[in-house]
Write a protein that binds this ligand. Sequence first.
Ligand code: ADP
Ligand code: MG
Length: 282
Amino acid sequence: MSAVVTLAPTPAPAVYEARAREGLEHLGLNVAHDHLDGATQRAAAESWSYSHFLGYLLDGELTERHRKTVALNLKFARLPMQKTLDGFDFAAQPSIDRRLIDELATGRFLHEGRNVVMLGPPGVGKTHLAIALGVRTCELGHRVRFTTAIDLANKLTKAVDAGRLDREMRTLTQPKLLILDEVGYLKFDAVQASLLFQVICQRYQRQQATVLTSNKAFGAWGQVFADDAVMASAALDRLLHRSTVINVKGDSYRLADRRKAGNPVAADAAADAAPAPTSRKE
Ligand code: ADP
Ligand code: MG
């Protein structure tokens, strides 16, 4: 007896239409799933090619995913305020080479593990630029963490006491970019200095970039590291090995702004002179 061969019937188009919906949902392509009907109608009405249709559907999905990633990155970064490169008045700050900032904005320094060190007096825009680079890094899809040097020292000291230094350290060493603001405003004790040193060492070993701001010239960094000149020079060695140093000069932007407007400057001068309330002031 010869075997009877039966061909599987080709499923009706409706089966594949349902499969498209299920498949998108199953793969977690929820935006594409929600836009499937609309996209199908437009494709038919405008005679799109198949690849045009597919690209359109995926573009919606990818755009929405990127938006969510950036929002999450910004939340994780804990930036103290929102500042952007567009909001920076380069004309008012001639000591900064715009091309250099534009190059940093490409994000190449992140992949090279290159540090950016901004030095200068208060009010000249160091924190503004550091935050703006942080926002840019978030937009490029990377994790960022912002901290002032004193917050870092306080958090890590508490973590040591609570026996969870490793966990706290990871929040500072894992992100693609660490922004370390106001290094040198306050003098550290020996424990704080060694904790800051560990963060710098670990990020250096991982080739992770750090953007750092300071009002102290490198020669005065011994004071930052509890008068330990050896530790200060070892920290600077690692920080500066792969780095871009930006010396920001000039008067406080706020004061200049107020002077232009003909307002008294005393209150702002006081604000610029006193960066953060603490008992460890020099
Ligand atoms: P620094 O960190 O150097 O002490 P900030 O970045 O905190 O200074 O700047 C003080 C204030 O002045 C911030 O509100 C900042 O946005 C603003 N600012 C400083 N420089 C500029 C600039 N060139 N263009 C626009 N805003 C500026
Ligand atoms: Mg600052």
